[in-house]
Write a protein that binds this ligand. Structure first.
Ligand code: NAD
Ligand code: WQD
Length: 337
């Protein structure tokens, strides 16, 4: 079965490509390499011993996307391509709507022209805004507090309307919680540009000595130790969630929505302590003011994915931190090394 993977050179895309190749799928990846390196796909091929086809291109180029889709017989598209930095999205909203919403619409036009009707979309727990209760189920109220979050909600709406208008479509919305860690080989992982925004990449750069200390954004939240709590999920478990969704929903018309999380929350200080153990070195920190827009606690109720997809996350905190550290310590400068 042949698949088109948009944004497949990125962090989650590259890990998903590994699992898909190992499961026997044939892959074409399209990526504009705006936030990734070609080397990640070379590593994917090195890990799996299998080949994939790479096309450097932009999903917003509808005519090239149409040619690409028509040139192959794809059973489905897995759509990772997009911009994801929350802070940047408030500074450059037009860019975010252009890549995330405009890019998806361009992709959908090309899929319609090529008559490919199965899509799996990278959504986010950010669509739950500041949740009223945890754990969060798929039917919780949706909201957004920044342009990135709005762009994800808008794409969910576009895909839902599309599916409602045409029953040939199978649309799967995967709402990821907080992906962390790296492939066990240490050959692929997260390679952020500049100073990381997210907790785990920041902690690992403190551990490797690139940053002096962690700044903990607030210790006065109503949580166990006062620091923010999130549902961190090993990126390989997340990748396997895509396989499960694909197997179940390919050519199964409908709108399918799943939380991909572990169902367990950890605080910032718990994550720091776990990473200290994995890296066997101290991670100094100071508590600073809350980061604007942050919420206290967020974790998934992942039971629907278990029921419908027979999928659940099996890798624990130790796997997340040990695998993340293996990647960071082998490649302190990411794919430059
Ligand atoms: P990433 O930046 O590593 O991967 C995204 C890829 O898309 C990159 O390789 C980038 O070069 C490519 N890209 C961006 N715009 C493009 C365009 N117009 N045309 C072609 N390629 C383009 O990010 P990631 O962490 O792997 O995230 C993948 C998807 O999952 C994104 O849609 C993101 O919003 C979503 N998501 C990520 C997280 C997270 O915390 N990492 C959480 C929830 C959802
Ligand atoms: C986690 C916790 C911070 C950095 C973001 C996006 C979300 C999704 C995943 C894409 C929070 C604290 C962090 C630091 C800290 N992405 N922290 N010091 O904010 O849950 O989610 O990434 O869809 O949309 O908003 O993840 O890793 O940034 O933060 O104390 O230097 O770590 O306050 O409690 P977040 P994060």
């Amino acid at each position: 079965m042949k698949l088109l993977i948009t944004g497949g050179a990125g962090y989650i895309g590259s890990h998903t490509c590994v699992e898909l190749l190992e499961a026997g799928y044939e892959l074409v990846v399209i990526d504009n390499l705006s936030n990734s390196k070609r080397a990640s796909l070379d590593r994917v091929m090195e890990i799996t011993g299998q080949r994939l086809t790479f096309v450097e291109g932009d999903i917003r180029d509808t005519s090239s996307m149409t040619s690409l889709l028509k040139a192959h017989s794809f059973e489905a598209v897995i759509h990772f391509a997009g911009l994801k930095a929350v802070g940047e999205s408030s500074r450059l909203p037009v860019n975010y709507y252009d890549h995330n919403v405009g890019g998806t619409i361009s992709l959908l036009k090309a899929m319609q022209a090529a008559e490919v009707y199965t899509l799996i979309f990278s959504s986010s727990a950010t669509v739950y805004g500041d949740p009223e209760t945890v754990p969060i189920t798929e039917s919780a109220p949706l909201s957004a507090t920044n342009p990135y979050g709005w762009s994800k909600l808008m794409v969910e709406q576009v895909l839902s309307d599309l599916q409602a208008s045409d029953d040939r479509w199978s649309v799967t919305l995967l709402r990821y919680f907080n992906p962390v860690g790296a492939h066990q080989s240490g050959l692929i992982g997260e390679d952020p540009n500049g100073i990381p925004n997210n907790l785990l990449p920041y902690i690992s750069q403190v551990a490797i000595g690139k940053l002096s200390h962690l700044r903990v954004f607030g210790d006065d939240y109503p949580t166990l130790d006062g620091t923010g709590v999130r549902d961190y999920i090993h990126v390989v478990d997340l990748a396997l969630g895509h396989l499960a969704a694909l197997k179940r929903n390919v050519h199964r018309p409908g709108r399918h929505v799943y939380n991909l999380g572990t169902g367990k929350g950890y605080s910032v200080l718990e994550m720091r302590a776990a990473f200290e153990q994995a890296a066997e070195r101290p991670i100094p920190y100071e508590v600073v003011a809350r980061r604007p827009g942050d919420i206290a606690a967020c974790w998934a109720d992942p039971s629907l994915a278990m029921q419908e997809l027979s999928w659940s996350a099996v890798r624990g905190l130790e796997d997340m931190t040990i695998d993340g550290w293996r990647w960071q310590s082998r490649s302190p400068n990411g794919y430059e090394d």
